[in-house]
Design a protein. Structure first.
Ligand SMILES: NC(=O)c1ccc[n+]([C@@H]2O[C@H](COP(=O)([O-])OP(=O)(O)OC[C@H]3O[C@@H](n4cnc5c(N)ncnc54)[C@H](O)[C@@H]3O)[C@@H](O)[C@H]2O)c1
Length: 379
C-alpha cells in the first residue's frame, strides 16, 4: 500500500489495451497507478503521457523488483500472460490478466498451480461478463425467469487482417492457430449464466480457407470456426469465432431455458437485446425489449456508476465497471470476481478445440483445472 493506504498497481503493456483502465484507476478511492511498463521505448513514452507521472520501466522484471507493487494489470499480448502472471504470483502480488488466461494447456496447468500457491489473487479481465445486458440477464437467470437453461450461443466476429499488420502477435496467436483461439468473450457470459457448470467436452470444425495476409501468405486457419460444447450437466453451447471474414464486427449471444430465452443485438456493444419470458399459461410467444423488462434486474454496480464515466470508457462502459469491481474486490479482501478456475473454464475449451479441429471435429474431453490443484468446487 502507498502512504495514503492505496493499493499500488503496476501496469505492463501499458501503451496498449490497459490505457482504457485509466479512468477507473483514477476514480477508485483505494487504488492508484504506481508504475507502468512497456517493452517499446516509443510506446512507453506514449504511456507516460497517458498515465501521467509515475515510475516507468522498459523491463517487467525491473518493475516487479523496484516498484513495491501490490498488484499488476497484465495487458501484453496473449503469449506473455502466463509467464508474466507467474512472476507476479511468485511475489504474492495480485494479478489482473487480460484474456485469454493462456495459450497452451501446459501453460494453464502451471498457472493453476501457481495461483494455488500464491497469496496473491488471480483475476481474468473478461470484460464481456460486465456488459450491462449480460449482467442483467445473469440476474434474470438467478431469479428463475428463464426456467432451466439448456442451450446458449456466443459469436465473436471481428475482422483483424489490418490489425495483424500493426500488431503481428495477432497473426500468430489469434489468426495463426486453427480453432477457437479467442473464445473467452463468448464463453465468459454464457458460463456466468450457467453458474456452477463447466464445459466437459468439445468438438470443433471450420469453414475452409479463403484469405491471405498482407504478404500474400495464405492464412493456415479456417475463416469461421464453430465449437460445439457439452457441459457437465448436459447443456449445449455453440461458439463461433471468425477474425478473417470480410464483414462488420458483431458480438452475438443467445440463451434458451425451459421458460424463456434471450437474443442479443448483433452489434459490438450489444444495445439492449430482446427477451421472451413465458407468462402464466399464455401461449403467446412475443419478444419484449430487455431495456424495459430487465429494468428491475440491472445490477447495483451499473446503477452506481456515474454516466459521465461510462460514456468515454471502453466497450460501452463495461471496462470501467469491470475494473472498479476488481479493485473493490482486491481492496476489500473479497474473493476474485473471475477466479483462476473460472478463467480456465473459459480458456481451456478453446485450447482443446484446437486439437479437435485437427482431428476432423472429434469430441474431446476438457480438463478441469480444479483437479490439477486438488480442488472440487466449480467456483
Ligand atoms: N478484453 C478486451 O476487450 C480486449 C481488447 C483488446 C485486446 N485484449 C487483449 O489485451 C492484450 C493486449 O492487446 P492490445 O490490443 O493492447 O495489443 P497491442 O499490441 O496493441 O499492445 C500491446 C502492448 O504491450 C507491449 N508489450 C509487448 N510485449 C511486451 C512485454 N513482453 N513486456 C512489456 N510490454 C510488452 C507492446 O509494446 C504494446 O504497447 C491481448 O492479450 C489481447 O487479447 C483484450
Amino acid at each position: 500500500m502507498d502512504r495514503n493506504g492505496k493499493l499500488k498497481v503496476g501496469i505492463v503493456g501499458a501503451a496498449g489495451r490497459p490505457r482504457i483502465f485509466k479512468s477507473a484507476l483514477e476514480a477508485h478511492p483505494r487504488a492508484a497507478v504506481a508504475a507502468i511498463c512497456d517493452i517499446s521505448e516509443e510506446r512507453l513514452e506514449q504511456a507516460k503521457t497517458h498515465f501521467g507521472p509515475c515510475p516507468a520501466f522498459l523491463s517487467y522484471e525491473s518493475m516487479l523488483e523496484q516498484a513495491g507493487l501490490d498488484a499488476v494489470i497484465i495487458g501484453t499480448p496473449m503469449h506473455f500472460h502466463v509467464g508474466q502472471t507467474l512472476l507476479a504470483l511468485e511475489r504474492n502480488l495480485h494479478v489482473i490478466s487480460e484474456v485469454p488466461a493462456g495459450v497452451s494447456i501446459e501453460e494453464c496447468r502451471k498457472l493453476a498451480e501457481a495461483a494455488a500457491r500464491s497469496k496473491g489473487q488471480y483475476i481474468m479481465a473478461e470484460n464481456c461478463n460486465y456488459m450491462k445486458p449480460h449482467m442483467t440477464i445473469a440476474n434474470m437467470v438467478r431469479s428463475g425467469l428463464f426456467g432451466e437453461l439448456y442451450f446458449a450461443e456466443g459469436e465473436y466476429l471481428h475482422e483483424v487482417k489490418p490489425l495483424n499488420e500493426s500488431t503481428p502477435w495477432r497473426r500468430t496467436w489469434q489468426t495463426g492457430v486453427n480453432g477457437i483461439t479467442y473464445g473467452t468473450h463468448s464463453l465468459g457470459p454464457i458460463l456466468e449464466w450457467m453458474e456452477g457448470d463447466r464445459i466437459a467436452r468439445v468438438s470443433c470444425v471450420g469453414s475452409g480457407r479463403h484469405y491471405a495476409d498482407g504478404q500474400n501468405r495464405p492464412y493456415g486457419i479456417e475463416d469461421t470456426c464453430v465449437m460445439m460444447a457439452k457441459t457437465e450437466r448436459g447443456k449445449l453451447i455453440r461458439v463461433r469465432l471468425d477474425m478473417l471474414s470480410e464483414r462488420p464486427t458483431a458480438l452475438n449471444y443467445t440463451l434458451q431455458g425451459t421458460r424463456g430465452c434471450y437474443e442479443s443485438v448483433r452489434h459490438e456493444l450489444l444495445g439492449s437485446g430482446k427477451v421472451f419470458v413465458k407468462n402464466g399459461e399464455s401461449d403467446k410467444h412475443e419478444w419484449a425489449d430487455l431495456a424495459t423488462v430487465g429494468q428491475d434486474y440491472i445490477p447495483d454496480i451499473w446503477q452506481r456508476m456515474p454516466e459521465s464515466m461510462l460514456g468515454p470508457s471502453g466497450h460501452g462502459g463495461s471496462d470501467y465497471v469491470m475494473m472498479t469491481d476488481f479493485l473493490d474486490a482486491l481492496t476489500e479482501g473479497k474473493p476474485s470476481p473471475i477466479s483462476i478456475h473460472r478463467a480456465l473454464d473459459m480458456t481451456l475449451p478453446g485450447l482443446i478445440s484446437q486439437l479437435s479441429i485437427k482431428r476432423d471435429g472429434e469430441w474431446l474431453d476438457v480438463p478441469d483445472s480444479r483437479a490439477w490443484c486438488g480442488d472440487t468446487a466449480c467456483g
